[in-house]
Design a protein around this ligand. Sequence first.
Ligand code: MRU
Length: 343
Amino acid sequence: MRDIIYFTKKRNVLVLDQTLLPFKVKYVEASNYKNIVNLIKKLGIRGAPAIGVAGSFAAFLALRDIPKKNISDFHSLLIERLSQIELSRPTAVNLKWSIDRFREILNTNHSLSHRRMLQLFYKEAKEIYQQEKKVSIKISNFGSKLFSNKDKILTHCNTGSLATTGPGTALGVIKSANKKYKGIKVFATETRPLLQGSRLTVWECQQSKIDCTLITDSMASHVIRNKEINSVIVGADRIAINGDVANKIGTYQLAIACKYHKIPFYVAAPISTFDFECKNGEMIKIEERLPEEIIKIKGSLVSGAKKVFNPAFDITPSKLITAIITEKGILYNPRKSVIEKFS
Ligand code: MRU
């Protein structure tokens, strides 16, 4: 597979539109920042680290496309555009992390011309891309130590090469474990309502020759008990300094099921997913998405519900988490005193 996002020779951006996967592999060209904002909103590109990278490419386009009349004093318009990009998905902190890096460049190089600033933005976007790639390789390698031959691993949502610029976080760990050990079996939840598990994780597992079984989200506890799952591993969209984790809706119930069945519950995430300004999970803003995602399937109505609740993420309390796997190592029993050291 080619990279999920990259610059063309004209420095436009090509993005793999994940809404069409697994049956259509199609790249769309983004020639301005709004194209990328729209792709992020509709989950054409998704997964916290990938959203951060997409935001950085959008920041470059937002600066490049400043109208001529604003070019001598481009700062205020750019600041407004950076905020629009940051708000395109509110829970994944990687987006804020990445946009803050461009704000920092803007502030520390205030007197630079538009042309020189654009060079710095281009360099930064490429740097963020490469950094997330290296980090996901490290996470994958560190995390694989937690597994053994014949392990049965359950995972949720998609946390692989479609969600990062490298092998992935949780799915990257699984890929690495699958290379090291014999007989690894993966159970992937379909991940309602947008099916990141059944469409994307299953596709990636097939490409990486991983033995993968698809289940619906509501089967998870039954499968944990009856298929003797050894551990559950997921990614994260935002981690508070007390270790509470926001991740795809359905994660919390998996952590509770792990506690009950006395098996480890692992989270794999880069340090860019830690929000050092966020004290605990209650402070995390959970994105709520449109009812149509639940009451329609492939554009057809499947429910007459008048009231629908569609939170995209939930919060798993740190006390249910066995360890968080980062690029700097494995944090067992994640809590404030350990996490703060990474800020
Ligand atoms: O709504 P999505 O598909 O962006 O949600 C993705 C997740 O919840 C992932 O688990 C998380 O972003 C980590 S991706 C490495």
